[in-house]
Design a protein around this ligand. Structure first.
Ligand code: ZN
Length: 313
């Protein structure tokens, strides 16, 4: 049996999956999703067993109107007490707004793009300015007793600049670790990674970041998301982010698909004997509910095919 060096509990193969659909996924939806629908879907995810859910983002409402109701969603959801609710914080004003809802979340995520052009286009600041802000915001987040997480977007390639050097990404990760982040997620924002590179990258990242939880965040833009996740797993990664229904996307390239689908990832892991603590059928149910809420066919394979266990051997 393959042993997974970064496993949390010895020989038992177990991974953590953070469901990011309510933020990363909903953010890309063109039609406004009513707040009660968002709340209902997050609650369904809570019932499916997720212990980590990215619920909201405190970006400016005029920039991303779809997420303007973050505070209401946080206040309205009813998930088990051991679920870590995460919010994404873009800047210090966003942090001010988030901290008004302090009692409704446990994890705060700061982010930067590894590539200068993507960072500029995304948040209109240089990478250096963003990292400087991380030091300040990180202190405030930790002082509130929150868990500080970091996300490095375009870690595996940038749609504007092309190749992004691994050393640059890992240097940024170290800066976040110095600022007190205990988890660092590496985002393949426009799906440019491949399994061979994922293997090299996560081997290096885990070695370079002792004591830090290293998280893989793959997009399925070019259909390689699950292969990349498998490669990261084999390299020792035990923490993943994914989106139910394969929700999400990125404006570049136009019409891109989103994050890897949680139900497809969980299906793969369960069939491989890797424990996720999740109920696959309930995830598929939630994805189907999202499908009817959004009024369109979602693109995950498991929504169509269902779990392997539905079929006789
Ligand atoms: Zn994503």
């Amino acid at each position: 049996m393959t042993s997974y060096p970064n496993a949390t509990d010895g020989e038992t193969r177990r991974v953590h999956i953070r469901e990011v659909g309510p933020r990363d996924g909903f953010q890309s939806e063109p039609e406004r999703i009513p707040t009660p629908d968002k709340i209902r879907l997050v609650n369904a995810l809570g019932r499916a067993g997720f212990k980590r859910i990215e619920v909201a983002s405190f970006v400016r409402p005029d920039v991303i109107p779809q997420l303007a109701d973050g505070a209401e969603v946080l206040r309205g959801i009813d998930v088990p007490g051991d679920v870590a609710r995460m919010v994404l914080v873009p800047n210090s004003r966003g942090l001010d707004n988030a901290l008004r809802e302090r009692e409704f979340f446990e994890e705060a995520a700061l982010f930067v793009s590894a590539s200068q052009t993507h960072n500029k286009r995304n948040i209109n600041r240089t990478v250096e300015e963003t990292v400087a802000g991380v030091q300040v915001m990180g202190k405030r987040i930790l002082a509130e007793g929150l868990r500080l997480c970091a996300i490095i977007a375009t870690s595996f390639g940038c749609p504007f600049e092309g190749k992004v050097e691994m050393s640059r990404v890992l240097d940024l990760a170290e800066r976040f670790a110095e600022a007190g982040a205990t988890e660092i997620g590496f985002g393949d924002t426009t799906g440019m990674c491949n399994p061979a590179y994922a293997s090299r990258f996560f081997t290096a990242a885990i070695e370079r970041l002792p004591g830090i939880e290293v998280t893989a965040h793959f997009h399925n833009t070019r259909g390689q998301g699950l292969a990349n996740a498998y490669a990261a797993l084999e390299a020792g990664c035990t923490s993943f982010e994914s989106s139910f229904g394969e929700l999400g996307g990125c404006p570049v390239p136009a019409g891109s698909t989103g994050n890897i689908a949680t139900e497809d990832l969980v299906s793969m892991l369960h069939e491989m004997g890797v424990d996720t603590g999740l109920d696959l059928e309930l995830i598929i149910e939630a994805a189907r509910e999202a499908q009817s809420t959004l009024g369109r066919q979602l693109t995950s394979h498991s929504i169509v095919a269902g779990p392997v266990s539905w079929y006789p051997a």
